[in-house]
Design a protein. Structure first.
Length: 369
């Protein structure tokens, strides 16, 4: 058996067709052209979102969200400790203080009761992260946010095609963000999107996206000149990325179905035991993880899989425990997050996995246990 990587980009046949069309046309390759608009419309229609802006990454979409919510020096933002750096960095860049909440007992997602304990007069926003595409407890989180007048910004980097009570994740709070990084279910190499649910934030979002100008309104013929009207940056991707993304989005059902098939294979063939718990909810099959109750054994299994050429891997180190967090005096209430960090193993999962590969991985795990 050749080595099995942890991830591969979803190079589905035909997804390059719009890139080839674009390159053979004379259309500009810069951003906010027809392919950008087509991707945005696709997402608006599929997920019933108020407005969508494509960005160059989920990190950029989070940075836009922080600007849009007017996050300032001294504001406090509640973020799960168990997440990727960008979830916190976007707000630190605006001078905010991060307050790290813990994971829940049932999965690595933020615990609503941990959020409640951390609210102060300075709290401005809660940033739930839908880990592995599995929904956070959004009813409870939105209830807390409403009670205290806080923004909810959903980091749905991993959650395209995953929902909560019938609503796509990322469309429930004031703002949401997707990632189209190469490791994600739907990819444009590097890419992302800002999902704007709160109508009050719609107009300003476009200005921040277009480097602080009202260029979008000018293109629509609403103003006869465009000028500098606010702060902003270069958040929009090139048409090349958007053309590739449109091909991917049009294959979204096929890609998700194929990943779910692999996810189900793991779930059927790897049973939970005293030592190992398998992920309970499939969501969008972005990740399949195991939790190993002893850290030493977890590391042994990871090393054993590596020696067989299987690209299984751990995941986040809790941000609240990082050297940077300590230096910044960020409050960290997490303990469960560290447990998840020390026990998780993510198995290879990508579009087009073959049964022989899946069987080889499951057999290897059983042998190592
Ligand atoms: C939870 C979470 N947020 C944000 C990001 C950043 O996404 P991007 O690489 O598109 O900036 C990631 C990337 O993996 C992520 O997992």
């Amino acid at each position: 058996m050749n080595s099995i990587p942890f991830t591969k980009s979803s190079r589905v046949k035909g997804t390059d067709k719009y890139v080839l069309d674009l390159l053979s046309s004379t259309n500009p390759l810069s951003g906010n052209g027809t392919y950008t608009k087509s991707c945005q419309n696709f997402l608006v229609n599929r997920y019933k979102i108020n407005k969508v802006l494509l960005t160059t990454s989920c990190t950029d979409a989070l940075e836009m969200a922080a600007i849009l919510c007017d996050i300032k020096q001294g504001d406090e933002i509640i973020v799960p400790s168990y997440t990727f750096v960008s979830t916190a960095n976007a707000f630190v860049l605006r001078g905010a203080k991060i307050v790290f909440a813990d994971s829940s007992e049932k999965n690595p997602n933020i615990s609503p009761s941990s959020i409640r304990k951390l609210i102060s007069k300075k709290t401005k926003a809660i940033v739930p992260v839908h880990y592995a595409g599995v929904a956070c407890e959004m009813d409870e989180i939105c209830k807390i946010a409403k009670e205290y007048g806080l923004f909810v910004i959903e980091d749905a980097a991993q959650a395209i095609e995953a929902s909560y009570n019938g609503s796509q994740l990322g469309t429930i709070g004031d703002l949401g963000t997707f990632s189209f990084h190469d490791t994600k279910n739907i990819s444009s190499g590097e890419g992302g999107a800002l999902l704007i649910n709160n109508p009050i934030l719609k107009e300003r979002a476009e200005i921040i996206w277009e480097k602080g100008t009202n260029r979008s309104a000018f293109i629509r013929g609403e103003v006869n000149k465009y000028s500098w009207v606010d702060i902003g940056s270069s958040f929009l991707p090139s048409e090349l990325n958007a053309a590739y993304l449109l091909g991917q989005l049009e294959m979204i059902e096929e890609i998700t179905k194929n990943r779910k098939r692999s996810w189900d294979f793991y779930k059927e063939n790897l049973k939970s035991s005293e030592l190992i718990t398998t992920q309970s909810e499939c969501a969008n099959a972005h990740i399949f993880y195991l939790l190993v109750s002893e850290e030493k054994k977890r590391n042994e299994i990871l090393n054993g899989l590596k020696s067989k050429g299987i690209g299984a891997t751990f995941h986040f180190l809790p941000l609240g425990k990082s050297e940077f967090s300590k230096r910044m005096n960020f409050f960290d209430e997490s303990s469960m997050a560290l447990n998840y960090s020390n026990s998780i193993i993510r198995l290879p999962l990508y579009y087009g996995m073959e049964d022989v590969e899946l069987k080889f991985i499951c057999d290897a795990i059983k042998e190592l246990i």
